[in-house]
Design a protein around this ligand. Structure first.
Ligand code: SF4
Length: 288
């Protein structure tokens, strides 16, 4: 019997990533004589980074002390201090922070300004979270990042004393994580404001993939293992059905037996997975 292989509608580039990749390419074609740099990798995908380098768009691991040309701030955003440093180094800043990430920064700033103890639900070391935290710290020192209840426990007394807490969420977090942190905070605080800032693209991708997983013997998640939204997606789906997370179609052969034994297979992909990677995965799967 032929296998039933489906591709999720929400697989691949979200609008923030598509906007970043298209805009940076246009920036280079509009300014062929200028150096174009991106602070960090524009997206978590080595093929896209290579393609950009071939066009003359360089990823900077660190900001140099001096430079010239245009320096792009990627969709994760940066702290106000980094924006200043880019200008001081001699670059023009081109801000490609995703509008959804900007919204989280704004909500975090409002809560901090209004005296709420700010809890950022997310991974402390993720660049998006680092920038959200730095923006809020301009207005209050009562800012913590937590990706689990465990991470909040040391602050329980402080939270109780402060009485009012506000929550914002890294755009690519899992809703279940937000729910568990909120359930912990309700009895600990007197006033709790929750801003569910998980972005629409992440929510839609996760919901659709969950429905597909319920009806599939195997889920294939394509995308970088460095990408937060892709790894979360694989994590969520592995709780529903057998799930494999691959970076490229070449890794499919590692799971030959799983694929051969599955009758219905669904494919989804993270927000930074380019269309050609998804096409390759579909083509190789159909050949199995
Ligand atoms: S995942 Fe959401 S917040 Fe992040 S770049 Fe895409 S649309 Fe923007």
């Amino acid at each position: 019997m032929p296998k039933n292989i489906k591709l999720a509608k929400c697989a691949g580039f979200c609008y923030g990533v598509r906007r970043a990749v298209e805009t940076v390419k246009k920036l280079k074609s509009d300014n062929p004589d200028k150096n174009i740099f991106v602070l960090g990798e524009l997206i978590h995908n080595s093929q896209v980074i290579k393609e950009l380098e071939e066009l003359g768009i360089t990823s900077l691991k660190e900001l140099p002390e001096h430079g010239n040309g245009i320096c792009v701030v990627r969709s994760h955003g940066e702290s106000p201090e980094v924006f200043e440093k880019i200008k001081l180094a001699g670059f023009e800043v081109f801000d490609l922070t995703c509008p959804d990430v900007k919204k989280v920064q704004q909500k975090a700033i409002e809560l901090a300004k209004n005296g709420y103890y700010l809890v950022i639900v997310g991974k402390a070391e993720h660049p998006e979270v680092v920038a959200i935290k730095a923006n809020a710290l301009q207005f209050s020192n009562n800012v913590i990042v937590a990706d689990s209840i465990q991470a909040l426990l040391p602050y329980e007394q402080e939270l109780k004393q402060h009485k009012k807490a506000g929550v914002v969420v890294q755009t690519t977090q899992m809703l279940s994580n937000l729910n568990s942190i909120v359930s912990y905070l309700i009895p600990v605080t007197k006033e709790l404001v929750i801003e569910n800032t998980i972005c629409g693209s992440t929510s839609a991708r996760q919901s659709e993939a969950k429905e597909l997983a319920k009806a599939s013997d195997l889920m294939v998640v394509a995308g970088s293992k460095k990408s937060a939204n892709t790894t979360h997606l694989a994590e969520i789906l592995s709780g529903i059905t057998k799930t494999i997370h691959i970076e490229t179609a070449d890794e499919l052969y590692l799971y030959k037996d799983l694929i051969n034994n599955a009758q219905s297979i669904s494919v989804t992909a993270g927000a930074s997975t380019p269309p050609n990677v998804i096409d390759d995965v579909m083509t190789k799967l159909q050949k199995f």
